[in-house]
Design a protein around this ligand. Structure first.
Ligand SMILES: [Zn+2]
Length: 453
């Protein structure tokens, strides 16, 4: 796909910004019907699943998104090879690929972008984007980032987060067109001193990362350990709370733009220039907010997200239940964007795990490193910190224990040694048949710190 295709997709994404909310809704419905027709022709899973609910290709014109049954990550993963619309994609080969080629810039068969995550649900998911899908994903990122104006000088974009696997943000950053951007990716697992040195040397024009990662840099800037002057800052992945925002503004004199996306969506929503809450891009995503019985809730009330990604034709996600809880708002925004406002997001906060070394000093494992823990054959997991120097992982696996468990230990050894915690933390794995949600809240907790048990 050439840069011209991308620029055309960006132009069309920009054009949608001046449509009315009704026109966005009509465009969404048109795209939904086109996608539905596609899956009824190309996906064995959807064809069978919808037929069981009395829906076939003949019904496409009269079906509304809410008429279709819901799927979730578990259903998607159990039916993966039948769900995808491209016979070249097989779950087992994709898992092997992720394990053998952890560089997020590497494409599967040189064609497909592959993303894996457990998200906050603890269940590992694979998400594949074909070349055409990826053009739209990148166009939506550029809707947020803008095209750098100095076409003869590439914009220097620095990323801080999880870098050693096929995770959503790093894959998006690796996909930034090289003709427009020069990219530096820094691992949140590196020693802080290295992060500071590399960041100082690079002198980014723009900074993107987990809010907690950017906050760490803000702290270093205010302490005089780095001296950088990014003109644009985007934060996603974990909550950009008012204290973090104030800190970032103080350090860099830039008001950061809050982002909210997922492996299922890539760039899904962003704060507008007025910094007035997030807008989600309902020209390319259809969202319904529901209660625990899957009944729609009123605008202004919290509920689970049922998502349809309208541009992924390779691995279509239709009426897919996310783990996130959001509150939508009908309130218009002065910024002029027609896209609907997300008033609040819940269920995205994971905990840092702090460990105490033998010399009394403390070091943390960032939650993203645990959220993105990937080993082939590992299906679901949960981390329990059982002491200031002990960590237990409960895991559900599918396959041979003797081949999967040592790889899990190796992966954790890598994570611990990056923070020089290998001699501090005793790590154990307990294989279980099932991991229950928290009985008090009914929600799944991926990470349970020692202090909060
Ligand atoms: Zn706005």
């Amino acid at each position: 796909m050439s840069i011209l295709n991308l620029l055309q997709a960006v132009r069309s994404a920009k054009k949608a910004e001046s449509l009315s909310p009704q026109q966005i809704h009509d465009l969404q419905q048109k795209r939904f019907k086109k996608l539905l027709r596609h899956v009824l022709q190309k996906s064995r899973f959807y064809k069978k699943y919808y037929k069981e609910h009395g829906i076939t290709e003949r019904d496409v014109d009269k079906v509304l998104p809410e008429d279709l049954p819901v799927i979730d990550k578990q259903i998607m993963m159990e039916n993966y090879d039948d769900l995808v619309c491209d016979p070249a994609l097989k779950k087992s080969s994709l898992e092997q690929f992720i394990n053998e080629s952890p560089d997020a810039g590497t494409k599967y068969k040189n064609v497909y972008r592959v993303i894996n995550t457990s998200g906050s649900s603890g269940t590992i998911g694979l998400f594949v984007y074909g070349p055409r899908d990826w053009v739209i994903a990148r166009a939506l990122s550029l809707r947020i980032a803008g095209i750098p104006i100095h076409l003869l000088k590439r914009e220097k974009l620095a990323f801080i987060g999880a870098t050693d696997g096929h995770y959503a943000v790093i894959t998006g950053v690796c996909g930034a067109p090289r003709i427009l951007f020069k990219v530096l990716s820094l691992s949140i697992s590196s020693p802080l001193e290295k992060i500071c040195r590399d960041m100082d040397r690079f002198q980014p024009d723009a900074l993107v990362g987990y809010a907690s990662g950017v906050s760490l840099l803000a702290h270093e800037q205010l302490s005089g350990n780095i001296n950088i002057a990014p003109k644009k800052i985007w934060c996603g992945g974990d909550p950009l709370n008012p204290a973090i925002r104030t800190n970032i503004k103080k350090a860099f004199d830039v008001n950061p733009i809050n982002l909210y996306g997922a492996s299922e969506t890539m760039s899904f929503s962003a704060e507008c220039k007025r910094h007035h809450r997030l807008h989600f891009f309902d020209d390319w995503f259809s969202v319904q907010v529901v209660d625990k019985d899957l009944k729609p809730v009123m605008t202004g009330q919290a509920g689970r997200v049922i998502l349809t990604n309208l541009y992924n034709y390779t691995q279509p996600l239709i009426r897919y239940q996310m783990n996130d809880e959001i509150v939508l708002s009908d309130e218009p925004c002065q910024c002029g964007w027609p896209f609907q406002i997300i008033e609040k997001i819940a269920g995205r906060h994971e905990e840092f795990l702090w460990f105490t070394k033998t010399d009394g000093s403390k070091e943390f494992i960032h939650p993203i490193v645990l959220v993105e823990f990937f080993v082939p054959g590992l299906e679901k997991y949960q981390f329990f910190q059982t002491g200031t120097d002990r960590l237990l992982m409960k895991a559900v696996i599918n396959g041979e224990k003797d081949s999967i468990v040592p790889v899990m230990h190796n992966r954790m050894s890598e994570i611990l040694s990056q923070k020089s915690l290998e001699d501090t933390v005793q790590f154990d794995i307990e294989l279980v048949d099932e991991i229950q949600n928290d009985p008090k809240t009914g929600k799944f907790r991926l990470i349970i710190p020692f202090a909060k048990q």
